[in-house]
Design a protein around this ligand. Structure first.
Ligand code: ARG
Ligand code: ZN
Length: 889
């Protein structure tokens, strides 16, 4: 059933307090709830008789219902597969509702609601999992105060956790014990959590700036506690950062994090009891890579930051998801920037946006940052809501400046602490705190699609003026044929022939003169506001034709189409003071070159690489003044997906061939430089996770990966040596990755060796699965099918599914193999997985969504799989929604 934003209605009843008791058992778990209910309208305003109270509930066995202590009779309620409707609630200002249900967590493979992971009880309630625990108004605008009593076997479940403060614990008969938790903060049920199991904790503490001493505990199975050092360090850094940057303090005396191996997503921000996928908590230098360390930093930060942006102020309804997720992703991006390198962080975030969000926005499941409708909310935890949503938040900051943005945040909390609100409320706080005119900015929340902005420039040497003309275009998306122009902030600087930023004093726009300088000091970057379909800006006192640096820092999530020449781009690559745009100039050059080589390839012309390009890469490699991670990012070619996105008909084979050709050619021409880079960036020092060491490793490892594309015995020796002597996972895995690019005995041997070393560590084994799954080796689908039967593989574990099946989809040549073998494989798996875990299956099926982008043969093959899926009896709503929308558009 499709649900629409426009149909939102306030609830007829609110809940004040919720007291839960869980009696955990191996056969069944009994959940008793005791809720105080009050009607929204009272007295004269209320309707008479009172409206029915509709509760959500799925897969529950109803044991009993009482109102004000009296057992309800059959005729007092109506029960169907999704609801329990109380037909005639009492006409009183307040009543108590007591419901007892029975559930079977040990059989719950959906990992949604209460389930078991490695023998422990765990919950995941966002978005709509609470209804699998008990009958409830499962919607975020129902905010209540909770207590939770947990009872369970003392040996099996020595640790019993829930939200808030522990107020009582003790022993019970029959080898059982109990704990009572009380959360003083009102919360929606999606933030409820319970964990019971055999866990140990790393304990630490943090003193907030107003002097509250907070106990911090990270819980894992005993053997993993040593791997929580980085997570604990990150948690404390995040707590400090939120105080320093946003003035936000933690609001309880205890903060728990639990790591579990079976978890659908990354992590969950349950009030004071965050639950994490273990891959985002556990790390040691030997077993986790730099990328893992960085992801832990990001996600521990993210979930902690939700305490204010999500928990204290939550969403009125699920359409507003980006209110908390876009904002919290923005906050975690800023945190990561401040902990590492701002420029590199920005580059990485933009790469991810382009890789994941742009394709979504251009395909059949395109939806606005605030969707208008959904069938399953689970399907809307998307790069659009999260990543594009974060870009929307970033635009407020770009428009208002740091201080203006902070004023907006302060007002947002002042107005809405303790409330469930909407995206307009956030917008209004930003606007009102700054007396700002945001014109048509709100459209960013309601219009899907990536805008294209075209820019043309003109220099008038007599008048000494420079003009920039912009036009914006928003392509149609499903259900939205026509679009309105939106406010797009474009940060601009102008470079003189000396490579320096020119001073900007004033801009004419719409017949008005805007002064750009502040306090008499000229600006070097100014933010132009494009509000209409077409706009022109005229800079005066420009002494020579400048090279414009447009969209600095990627100031808006758009595609920019400028009239810059290759020479301009090379100039920006060499000189731009905006590091993001330096990198971007290189990317635009590389994209253009790759596209033209793809055309050559398709016409069977010989491929040749321009000498300038090789020269450009050489100078980047040898520029000692540059940040090493910046160099690593700058010499990495745009991905196959990005190039396919720019073609009328995506051709995975051609793009793959071209990308491999360029890599090999660069490696041949720059062999000496790459070797030197490897040499100079080795270190025998113990592993340190900081920017300078990560940068060094990333530069060394990309150089190594270029070199191994040469398929040269001497290089293989070198890479093997790197593999054997590595003292940390980053270097070891990079060497392994470099070595397995081509089939052969070395590949087989080194893969077997790696598995032998790490078979006891499931997170490392997942890397091993992933590396093989994503391989571009011809016919790799057969290997992946074999790995499905590997004893370490298990379709019930989402991390394993992501490693093997998720990564397989990322090999353009194998997933899109022209014989349809990749599509057939995914089609089969989706159906198997859907029976176990519909959320996970829906994520896998989305790989088919862009089938119309390919040639006719591939279209037919992919479409056949989608049709097979939607016509299968008993598929979940999750998979149905994605598959049917993919076919429809
Ligand atoms: N709120 C969580 C986070 O962003 C994600 C929860 C995802 N849940 C889901 N049902 N898809 O940190
Ligand atoms: Zn989140």
């Amino acid at each position: 059933k499709e649900i629409f934003l426009k149909d939102y209605k306030q609830p007829d009843y609110y809940f004040d307090t919720v007291d839960l008791t869980f009696s955990l058992g191996e056969e069944q778990t009994v959940v008793s709830s005791n809720i105080t209910v009050y009607p929204r309208l009272e007295g004269a305003a209320a309707s008479s008789p009172p409206p029915p109270l509709v509760l959500d509930g799925v897969n529950l066995k109803l044991v009993s219902i009482k109102i004000d202590g009296k057992e309800l009779q059959k005729e007092d309620y109506h029960l169907d597969a999704r609801h329990l409707t109380l037909l005639s609630p009492p006409d009183t200002a307040r009543f108590t509702l007591q419901i007892v249900t029975e559930i079977y967590p040990q059989k719950n493979t959906s990992l949604d609601g209460l389930y078991k992971s490695s023998g422990n009880f765990v919950t995941q309630c966002e978005a709509e999992g609470f209804r699998k625990i008990t009958y409830y108004q499962d919607r975020p605008d129902i905010m209540a105060k909770y207590t939770c009593r947990v009872e369970g076997d003392k040996t099996l479940y020595p640790v019993l956790l829930s939200n808030g403060n522990l107020v009582e614990q003790g022993d019970l008969e029959g080898g059982k014990h109990y704990a009572v938790w009380e959360d003083p903060h009102k919360k929606p049920c999606y933030l409820f959590a319970l964990v019971a199991g055999n866990l140990q904790s790393r304990d630490d503490s943090f003193v907030t700036r107003s002097g509250r001493k907070v106990a911090l505990r990270i819980w894992t199975p005993a053997k993993d506690v040593p791997k929580t050092v980085h997570a604990m360090y990150t948690l404390k850094a995040a707590m400090k950062w939120d105080e320093d940057v946003f003035g936000l303090e933690y609001d309880l005396d205890l903060f728990n994090i639990v790591a579990v191996p079976d978890f659908n997503m990354g992590a969950m921000e349950n009030k004071s009891l965050n639950i994490f996928n273990s891959v985002l908590v556990l790390a040691s230098p030997e077993t986790a890579s730099d990328a893992n360390y960085a992801a832990i930093l990001r996600v521990i930060g993210h979930e902690y930051f939700h305490n204010w942006t999500g928990n204290r102020v939550t969403c009125r309804d699920w359409f507003q998801l980006s209110l908390k997720e876009g904002l919290t992703v923005f906050r975690d991006q800023e945190f990561s920037s401040d902990m590492g390198s701002r420029a590199v962080q920005r580059i990485q975030d933009v790469l991810t946006l382009r890789e994941l969000q742009f394709p979504q926005d251009a395909g059949p499941i395109a939806h606005p940052v605030r969707p208008h409708s959904y069938i399953k909310m689970d399907n809307f935890y998307t790069p659009t809501v999260y990543r594009k949503g974060a870009e929307v938040v970033r635009m407020y900051k770009t428009l208002l400046g740091s201080q203006g943005f902070r004023r907006g945040m302060d007002l947002y909390f002042k107005r809405h602490d303790g409330q469930a609100v909407t995206c307009e409320d956030f917008y209004a706080a930003m606007r009102d705190a700054n007396n700002a005119d945001f014109a048509n900015f709100l459209l960013w929340y309601s219009q899907a699609g990536t805008p294209t902005v075209k820019v043309t420039s003109f220099y008038n040497s007599e008048a000494k003026t420079y003009s920039l003309k912009f036009s914006q275009e928003l392509p149609p998306t499903p259900g939205q044929a026509l679009k309105e122009p939106m406010l797009i902030p474009v940060a601009v600087g102008l470079l003189g022939s000396n490579g320096k930023d020119m001073p900007l004093t004033s801009v004419y726009h719409d017949g008005m003169l805007q002064v750009v300088s502040t306090d008499g000091k000229p600006a070097y970057t100014t933010v132009l506001q494009i509000k209409k379909k077409e706009e022109e800006f005229l800079f005066s006192d420009i002494s020579e034709r400048p090279v414009p640096s447009l969209l600095r820092g990627y100031s808006a999530p758009i595609r920019l189409d400028s009239d810059l020449t290759d020479a301009d781009l090379c100039f920006l690559l060499a000189h731009d003071s905006d590091e993001f745009n330096r990198w971007e100039a290189g990317q635009v050059l590389a994209r253009n070159m790759m596209l033209s080589l793809v055309a050559d390839f398709q016409q069977n012309k010989p491929l040749a690489l321009k000498a300038d390009f090789v020269h450009g890469v050489r100078s980047l490699l040898s520029d000692g003044s540059l940040d090493k991670e910046f160099i690593a990012k700058a010499i990495d070619l745009p991905g196959v997906g990005e190039i396919m996105d720019m073609m009328d008909i995506a051709d995975p084979d051609a793009v793959h061939a071209v990308r491999s050709f360029i890599r090999k050619h660069l490696a041949t021409e720059l062999k000496a430089e790459f070797l030197k880079t490897v040499e100079n960036n080795r270190s025998s020092e113990p592993y340190v996770f900081d920017h300078s060491n990560m940068s060094r490793r990333s530069l060394k490892n990309i150089a190594l990966s270029y070199l191994t594309s040469l398929e040269d015995a001497q290089i293989t020796e070198l890479a093997l040596n790197e593999y054997k002597t590595a003292t940390n996972m980053t270097d070891q895995f990079a060497a392994l990755t470099a070595l397995v690019q081509y089939p052969g005995k070395t590949r087989d041997d080194v893969l077997a060796d790696f598995y032998g070393k790490w078979k006891h560590d499931f997170l490392v084994v997942n890397k091993w699965f992933g590396l093989q799954a994503v391989s571009d080796i011809p016919g790799n689908v057969e290997n992946v099918r074999k790995l499905l039967k590997h004893p370490a593989f298990d379709l019930r574990n989402p991390n394993k599914v992501r490693s093997l099946i998720g990564r397989f989809r990322e090999s353009p040549v194998n997933f899109h193999a022209k014989d349809g073998s990749g599509y057939k494989f995914l089609g089969e798996i989706v159906l198997q997985l859907d029976k176990i875990n519909p959320k996970g299956a829906a994520r896998m099926v989305s790989a088919f969504s862009r089938w119309r982008r390919y040639d006719e043969t591939r279209q037919t093959l992919a479409k056949a799989q989608l049709e097979m899926i939607v016509s299968t009896n008993g598929i979940s709503e999750n998979v149905f929604e994605i598959a049917s929308k993919s076919l429809a558009a």
